[in-house]
Design a protein around this ligand. Structure first.
Ligand code: XMP
Length: 520
């Protein structure tokens, strides 16, 4: 059928990657320098599939990763990413112990279970509880009652949390332990949501389920309304990214740490990653600014030998030789991008780096030969950039896009009535002082002079990760619909590129109108 084929005339303008990029090899191209041509399509955006297999043991339901940056990914962000089908890489600008517990928080996150429910003590007065509700603006008034050791001794129901009982002690008003229905955490099994759902079906009128351990210590609270919301979400198109034990997936970054003699500290790296593996981390990223270097290669080799089944991400590189080197050392996925990030100054400070689309093409072709995945890292500002990056890479890493989300670490700042969150490069002075200097090959002793390769900035607060991802995914699916690509493999096959002139770029954005509302 002629309609399904691209006409030969089109082919002379809109070229596949292997023609387009070699034909433009004299110029470094980035996202705005190119645009994608449409292709015959029978694919509706909503029917497109976004799964991506990064390594034999690591599959994401959406091709989105939040980076190991100290203003982007800690456990809250990693949980939100995994719940949406993606992956968060916990940064290493914190003591190793803390990084381990951040990973544990993600791995032990039971969707729907409040792990640290607000609890009250038997000697408190109902008046104290009412005051707490008012001060902390709680929208609920039923609380588990525990003793000083955390052992469950009853439930304070909302029926008695009333001003008329303010002078009564919690101990007098609680429903005693024997009458409170609970589940042992072991009984939650592989699918806690289904187990809790069954519990609520069996216990008519009970809206709160307390989870305890063998010693009757309180471990969590599951509410009927949360279970009903999650059950509805189960029909959602993009499911949470989980491991074989139904736990959310989580990645963590490590650096190529050196000892006092300047040699690679193999023992420390192995102990650290060994502890991460014990906590069931799903991928480890050896993150540095210059991945095509001996320290990174040796670290990857050491980890590959010690943990052959652990998915290893390494970077960053922008050359085919860099990808081949890291793949030969044992990396399964390679981060491509140098100096593209919104907070990066590597190209200005060091005069080094390659515009992102050219870098991705060069890296992608080497990666295909070596059978490793490419993660497009940095420079992504809009969903159209994600679509372009995914024509060459298996997933994208976005820092700036997620830094303004509620789930990113750090306080929200108010400036002139607008809300912002801090976002800084890991090569900024402040981040390097907090520990990331090794990533940039800079002295780790704060007294020594360092050259910053990143800036400190703020991002406008942009709400939840769910909301931001919904917009990005909508854009990716729309791009796939235009190219007639049912999945990411087809997107890579069907992509046809053309250069954009400066006037063409102006044409791409709203023009010659008075904008009343942005697209967002
Ligand atoms: P975006 O554009 O999403 O980029 O904000 C995030 C990526 O930028 C890299 N990164 C840096 N690069 N100096 C750099 O040259 C820095 O200080 C810096 N901090 C982060 C990193 O790859 C991240 O994922």
């Amino acid at each position: 059928m002629a309609a399904t084929r691209q006409s030969g005339f089109d082919d002379s303008f809109y070229q596949p990657a292997d023609q387009f990029f070699p034909a433009n090899n004299h110029l470094g191209l980035t996202f705005d320098d190119v645009t994608l041509a449409t292709f015959y399509s029978e694919i509706l955006p909503r029917d497109t599939q976004l799964e991506t297999q990064l390594t034999k043991n690591l599959r994401l339901n959406i091709p989105m990763i939040s980076p190991d940056m100290d203003t982007v990914t800690e456990s809250r962000m990693a949980i939100a990413m995994a719940l949406n089908g993606g992956l968060g890489l916990i940064h290493y600008n914190m003591p190793e112990r803390q990084q381990l517990s951040e990973v544990s928080r993600v791995k032990f996150h039971v969707q729907g279970m409040i792990q640290e429910p607000i609890r009250v003590l038997p000697e408190q007065h109902i008046g104290d509880v009412l005051k707490m509700i008012e001060e902390r603006k709680f929208s609920f008034s039923t609380f588990p009652v525990v003793d000083a050791t955390g052992k469950l001794i009853g439930l304070l129901s909302s029926h008695v949390v009333k001003p008329r009982y303010a002078k009564r002690k919690v101990a007098e008003a609680l429903t005693p332990r024997a009458q409170v229905r609970t589940l042992n955490q072991k009984e939650l099994g592989k699918d806690p949501i289904a187990r809790a759902d069954k519990f609520f079906n069996e216990h008519l009128g009970i809206h709160k389920l307390l989870v305890v351990d063998d010693k009757d210590h309180l471990h969590g609270l599951i509410t009927l309304s949360d279970i009903e919301r999650i059950a509805a979400e189960r029909n959602a198109q993009f499911k949470p990214a989980r491991d074989a034990n139904f736990r959310l997936i989580c990645g963590a970054a490590v650096s190529a740490t050196r000892n006092a003699f300047g040699e690679l500290d193999r023992e420390r790296i192995l102990n650290h990653v060994g502890a991460l593996v014990e906590r069931r981390v799903d991928a480890v990223a050896v993150s540095t600014a210059h991945g095509h270097s001996r320290g990174v290669g040796d670290t990857v080799k050491v980890l590959h030998d010690a943990f052959p089944e652990l998915p290893l991400i390494a970077g960053n590189v922008t050359s085919a030789a860099g990808v081949e080197y890291l793949a030969d050392c044992g990396a399964n996925a390679v981060k491509a991008g140098q100096g593209a990030g919104s907070i990066c100054t590597t190209r200005i400070v060091a005069g080094v780096g390659i515009p992102q689309m050219t870098a991705l093409y060069v890296c992608a072709r080497a990666a295909a030969r070596k059978k490793v995945a490419i993660l497009a890292d940095g420079g992504i500002a809009k969903s159209g950039d994600v679509v372009k990056a995914l024509t060459l890479a298996q997933a994208v890493i976005c820092g700036g896009i997620f830094a303004g989300c509620n789930e990113a670490p750090g306080e929200t700042l108010e400036i002139d009535g607008k809300l912002y969150k801090q976002y800084r490069g890991m090569g900024s002075f402040a981040a390097m002082k907090a520990g990331s200097a090794a990533r940039y090959g800079q002295p780790t002793n704060p007294a020594q002079k360092v050259a910053a390769e990143g800036i400190e900035a703020i991002k406008e607060a942009c709400g939840s990760v769910d909301r931001v991802l919904a917009q990005l995914i909508g854009g990716i699916q729309s791009g796939m619909g235009y190219l007639g690509a049912a999945n990411l493999e087809q997107l890579r096959q069907k992509a046809r590129y053309i250069r954009v002139s400066p006037a063409g770029m102006r044409e791409a954005a709203p023009h010659d109108v008075v904008e009343l509302k942005t697209g967002n």
